[in-house]
Design a protein around this ligand. Structure first.
Ligand code: PCA
Length: 332
């Protein structure tokens, strides 16, 4: 082969390579998104709106396929799957990772917030720290949506903390387990997707959760009382694998961030709007809905203070930053 022929081949190969690179850079990207909660959950519906909006706004350049209810990865494996790049994006209960880093439990300090407005202030106070911690774990935070407040589902009315003694209380994170433990109950870690089975078989005889999950899991078929104690408003968060994120071009990233902001706002508005509706449905199905009496309230508050202290000890400077930023926002 003559030298100029050889040079031509090289040019053609280079041109093909550039062409391929151009198409893969501007081509369509498909992401898989495992979530832990059922299709009927308002969180999943919000995610459906988010992914639909991303598809439209990017002209189908980025298409996200949602796998709800732990169908692709069970709740407790979703974060790892995204961190290691097995999937590109996921949704999970933030405080479920508190064992890795107590910062993840900023939303699970009992009675620190009891309204959606305060929950949003707390999220905004914690956001920079949360983003920093997640980035170190190869994750990019997109957005976060709260659950309605958590309360106690039981067979009989809780009039005092004594009534919680010995109950097999299903919990969904280490903070609910600690709350159960400090109340004298026996905590059992069970995913929402396995909650119905646990109640059916008697593995659990009570649980901590929101009106949303009680309604979604048809709790009235097993239990009669809901104590709307407003222990906290835990959050789900939506996160992306860092490499998958960086592979997107800048314009797509900006669109996804914008849509994520809207999804956080609409998710929160829906949670707030539906919260009372869920509670009304529980009543409609014959459940007794009540709030803690004075004694129970003060017993719970003591537990809250203790858990807040424990959280501040575990989180150090990060926790102090979040607490101060939150207090500042509350007093503004
Ligand atoms: N429902 C979820 C988490 C918080 C909530 O309200 C659950 O019970 O697992």
């Amino acid at each position: 082969m003559r030298f100029d022929q050889y040079a031509n081949y090289q040019t053609i190969i280079l041109a093909l390579f550039l062409l391929f690179f151009h198409f893969s850079a501007s081509g369509k990207v498909k992401w898989d998104m495992p979530t832990a909660y059922h299709e009927s959950s308002f969180h999943t519906q919000n995610i459906r709106d988010f992914t639909h909006a991303v598809k439209i706004a990017t002209g189908s350049k980025l298409v996200i396929q949602v796998h709800s209810g732990g169908a692709l990865y069970k709740g407790d494996t979703i974060k790892r799957a995204v961190q290691t790049g097995q999937v590109q994006i996921g949704e999970r209960l933030l405080s479920a990772h508190a064992n890795e880093n107590a910062v993840f439990a900023f939303d699970s300090i009992p009675f620190l917030v009891d309204s959606f407005e305060e929950s949003e202030k707390l999220m905004n106070a914690a956001r920079p720290i949360l983003e920093k911690v997640l980035l170190k774990q190869n994750l990019v935070l997109l957005y976060s949506v709260p659950w309605p407040p958590t309360g106690f589902y039981t067979k009989t009315e809780i009039k005092s903390i004594q009534n919680l003694k010995g109950l097999k209380l299903r919990s969904y994170n280490s903070a609910t387990a600690r709350m159960a433990e400090l109340s004298g109950a026996i905590p059992l870690q069970i995913e929402a997707s396995e909650l119905t089975q646990a109640l059916e078989t008697g593995i659990a005889d009570s649980f901590l959760s929101s009106s949303a999950t009680g309604y979604d899991r048809k709790v009235w078929e097993y239990l009669n009382f809901w104590n709307d104690a407003k222990v906290w408003l835990p959050r789900n968060y939506i996160f992306v694998n860092k490499q998958a994120w960086e592979k997107l071009d800048l314009k797509t990233r900006l669109i996804v961030k914008g849509v994520a902001y809207m999804a956080e706002q609409s998710g929160q508005a829906n949670a707030e709007r539906l919260s009372n509706w869920y509670t009304a449905q529980l009543k409609k199905q014959g459940m007794n809905v009540h709030t803690p009496n004075k004694q129970l309230k003060s017993d719970f508050e003591k537990i809250g203070k203790k858990m807040e202290k424990e959280w501040l000890q575990k989180t150090g400077l990060d926790g102090q930053f979040i607490k101060l930023a939150f207090e500042k926002a509350i007093n503004e």
